[in-house]
Write a protein that binds this ligand. Sequence first.
Ligand SMILES: NC(=O)c1ccc[n+]([C@@H]2O[C@H](COP(=O)([O-])OP(=O)(O)OC[C@H]3O[C@@H](n4cnc5c(N)ncnc54)[C@H](OP(=O)(O)O)[C@@H]3O)[C@@H](O)[C@H]2O)c1
Length: 328
Amino acid sequence: MKAILISGDGQNPSDLYVGETPRPDLAPGHVLIRTRFAGVNRPDILQRRGVYPPPPGASPILGLEVSGIIDAINLPEPYGDDIGWAVGDEVCALVNGGGYAEFVAVDIRHLLPVPKGLSLAQAASLPETVLTVYANLMEHGSLQVGETVLVHGGNSGIGAMTILLGKAFGARVIATARGAAKCAFARDLGADLVIDSDAEDFVAAVKAAGGADVVLDIVAGDFFGKNLACLNMRGRIVQVGFGKESTVELDLRRIIAKFAILTGSMLRPRSPDEKARLTAKVHERVWPLIEDGKIRTVVDRTFDFADAPAAHAYMDSGAHTGKVVLKL
Ligand SMILES: NC(=O)c1ccc[n+]([C@@H]2O[C@H](COP(=O)([O-])OP(=O)(O)OC[C@H]3O[C@@H](n4cnc5c(N)ncnc54)[C@H](OP(=O)(O)O)[C@@H]3O)[C@@H](O)[C@H]2O)c1
């Protein structure tokens, strides 16, 4: 099958090329998806560069989310006839790597239907981002109705979904972004307050707006101390990435004084059972909101499969607003 492979050290988008590789094995309890679209995420860029290696047992091929058609199913006994899925069904899924390929094998419990009314391109932009944001905002961050969320990079895949999910679950959302165009994008998604973090001190603006109960952060560095300054009593900081340095200075008295919780998590190393639990939860709680139009998709650009280098270069440039997907 065709897949996007990496030549050299992967430091440049031009190190990606279309090559031939064997189809993945289909272990019991797994389905083979004929990929139609694959979401491009920041972790793919990090993996290409060699700083985010795939976990043991995972496909070395890039790609964490896909949409496509079920091509084969391998279910051990005693599954009955009614397994909920059939060959030919349109699906989308979180995958443990291997998304940038013609075929990808997926644990059957990690499949999601294409939400009614959405295209396969839109569906491919959802699993990685929705599962990450749901887990971190609703579970680790324990977001409650009426609370205020602060998210940085409101133009990013994760940032945009945090705005959409936060609003859909009854929170007030404050977003930062860099530059007028990215701020306008975040405002258009429904953020209640948008701050240009290049032009303005976001701490003063967030405090003036009543502070934040949950901060979902992907920047770290000096933003860490600023996030803590914005945090309300009993607030939660959920760290899911770092655009700046991951090493920060912390006076623990600031955590104690605010009764604060500092946490974070990763999606990829979670066990198959844990991903199955999270997928079921997202299907139950988030899919209806998408089908009702309360959460929209934010596909910025679609690139042809062979143009994966251009897709990575586009994400590297930071010019994107929302999600980038590859079309197979
Ligand atoms: N923990 C998990 O399970 C998990 C899962 C998925 C993703 N992530 C992480 O989440 C982050 C976002 O992923 P994504 O796919 O949404 O990527 P993305 O669309 O490329 O978003 C990156 C965002 O971070 C902002 N940013 C980067 N450096 C910054 C800085 N120094 N100051 C201010 N803003 C900065 C960017 O702003 P500009 O556009 O202005 O550059 C952009 O909005 C990444 O760090 C990724 O590794 C974590």
